[in-house]
Design a protein around this ligand. Sequence first.
Ligand SMILES: [Cu+2]
Length: 356
Amino acid sequence: MISFLTFLVIVLGLITFGRIIRIFELSSELRGSDVNAVTTSDNKTHSLILLILGSAFIFMVFYMSYAMNDKMLPAAASEHGVAIDTLFRFNWAILGVAFFITHGLLVFFAAKYYFKKEHKPVFFVHSTKLELIWTFIPAVVLSTIIVYGISKWNQIVAPVQDDVMVIELYAKQFDWTARYAGDDNQLGKASFRAIDGSNPLGIDFTDPQSLDDILVRNEFHLPVGKEVIFKFHSRDVIHSAYMPHFRAQMNCVPGMTTSFHFKPIKTTEEMRVETANDKFDYILLCNKICGASHFNMQMNIIVEDETSFRQWLGSQKTIAEDRKAAAAPVEVKTDSLAAPADSAKVHAVTADASKH
Ligand SMILES: [Cu+2]
């Protein structure tokens, strides 16, 4: 009913507006003047309006970037992230200057040279000087951005040192599993053919390198100041592992391994102090719309000192321990692979939905 009334008000409003215009037309006809004629004073008024609105627009662009600054991500928490932030700021500075000059001139000239009958435009077919200016300046600026960007990118994706820690991030609709490579720092083999209810990652348990691997859900830990290489996998569709505070993102593509490495430089505690938010947590998100529960596909990341990290990792069960526990007949099964209650619910709901 409300929407019908709103519709009615809009329609009646439009009809009224049309009628008012018609009244203006009729009254100007009676006066013998043309209501559609554009006078110099009209043009002058419009040029003034353009100048005011145009300047307000330019001012707001800069003011909002300043006022909304606290909505941006906090300072980077990884070594390469600092370089990415610098690169970003450099690009924004250039864009800011170019935007200010071009839009300032656009508004200024449009207002200054509003239509007057006595104005005569200058006509010329070619100006070498002008062409040199508008070719040379953008070429130099763009080359600088590209060369600077490529050199930073090459540093970021340069081969890793030998003592890098290997972690697999395994994506599926709709959760993440982190697999630590264990003492040998080698991930055991895995294949989609081995996937079943008790082995959602398809790990090859006959591979000795699998046995010391550690699987974790819900949250995973990283030691501060240590380079970590992530190997990304997906079981179903393309997901994207996004760790915004570390300025890291990589697609997880079914059937292939992608990777990215970085070094966290601030612990969760340090970041809580820096952001003055004692609830702050680093997060891993899925950044590809991958299905109904995409929004909830996330995992907390805890960055801590090496000792606490070792302690935490030591408290997690390796695959060998886990399988032993599962095989024991009377022991209560505490399977680290078991999905947490909430995510189990989500899966049940999705499974139900797909039946219809
Ligand atoms: Cu996803």
